[in-house]
Design a protein. Sequence first.
Length: 92
Amino acid sequence: MARNIKADHGAVYRAVITWTEVPEKGGTPHTEYEGPYGEPGAAQGRVTFWENHLRDADTEETRATGRVEEGTITWQPYAPPAKKRSRKGGRA
């Protein structure tokens, strides 16, 4: 189901989440992007969710941090890529 994010009427927002794997899995850092959202609060909610979801129950430290970014969307006509013709059994 499509959702209305108010993209035609100004700014949109996204959550930028930076998180680190547990040390036993290498401790590799990752960056994920969620959105776009029509309101900054929705994007901030996703940042808060991931900070809490990746919080250690014993130490209260989180393996995630995040920020909200603002942007605009420019729409343009979509041109699908040209189909390649297959060469099956052509002339011998």
